[in-house]
Design a protein around this ligand. Structure first.
Ligand code: ADP
Length: 260
């Protein structure tokens, strides 16, 4: 049973009162549970065949490239690219179902955040030459967290900055140190996000409903997963954006926030 209570102010001919609304949500909850269970099973079952497709496409592409069959190699490169996309989508769904079930667990270690950020920028730059990515700032102290999951957050911010801004616009990654935390941010000079949409960006399956953006494929899960990962580290994510100017996505991690 869902209960909503609202205090109603009084008027000239009515005393102030409280309005109570009841709604039976059993069926809605049941549906949600079925949907979550379906997503969990589907993404789990898709993982193995997709990984195997990806591996064989890669192997065949290498073989045909070595043998000089350019046409076959080109087709296999496309197949590999699509298999990579599919793998990425399956992992987004898997992470989401694990977050819902509370089974996505961090594996914290002490690691070099500066090195992680610069290596990752190099990797992303290598695959997306369209946008120059710059890095600014370093942190001094060591940091404890889950490096794979933090890489995932940065990759997501970066790939969005690439996806949603025109080619050749620069992207700036910044590492900053506060007394008790470190802040990682990614700034782009894209079209920005309307103020009224900003609060929903980190919700599950949310995408800004704009025709130029709906042409860009996506599930609306990246920012949700990123925000949950940062929360699990005891931190928070937020966005500062102005239409026509661009957006900056922030992730703040407390130094000692990661579970021990
Ligand atoms: P997806 O990219 O798969 O849609 P995300 O959760 O990563 O999912 O992003 C949610 C939405 O936020 C996107 O659909 C897009 O509308 C908006 N968005 C995210 N990053 C940016 C950005 N850098 N500039 C403009 N819009 C963005």
């Amino acid at each position: 049973l869902l209960l909503n209570a609202r205090r109603m102010p009084g008027t000239a001919n009515r005393e102030p009162h409280i309005l109570l609304a009841f709604e039976d949500v059993t069926q809605r909850q049941e549906l949600e549970r079925h949907k979550d269970a379906f997503l969990a099973i589907a993404s789990h079952e898709l993982k193995t065949p997709v990984t195997s497709l990806k591996m064989y496409a890669q192997l065949l592409r290498r073989t045909y490239t070595r043998d000089g069959d350019e046409k076959a190699a080109h087709m296999l490169a496309t197949m590999e690219e699509q298999a990579n996309r599919l793998t990425h989508l399956v992992y987004l769904l898997l992470d989401t179902t694990q977050l819902q079930a509370g089974t996505l667990l961090l594996q914290p270690t002490i690691f070099d955040m500066n090195a992680l950020v610069s290596t990752l920028i190099e990797q992303v730059q290598h695959t997306a030459e369209t946008h120059p990515i710059q890095m600014e700032g370093r942190i001094q102290a060591s940091f404890k967290g889950d490096p794979d999951r933090i890489s995932q957050v940065l990759t997501n911010f970066l790939s969005n900055a690439i996806k949603y801004t025109p080619a050749e616009t620069p992207i700036l990654v910044r590492l900053a140190e506060e007394a008790e935390a470190i802040v990682l941010s990614v700034r782009d000079k894209g079209k920005g996000i309307p103020v009224e949409k900003q609060a929903s960006l980190f919700e599950r399956f949310y995408r800004v409903n704009d025709s130029s953006q709906t042409a860009i494929p996506g599930l609306g899960l990246g920012l949700y997963i990123s925000s949950e990962i940062v929360k699990q580290h005891g931190g928070q994510v937020w966005v500062e954006s102005q239409e026509g100017e661009g957006s900056t996505f922030f992730a703040r991690f407390p130094r000692d926030g990661a579970p021990h």
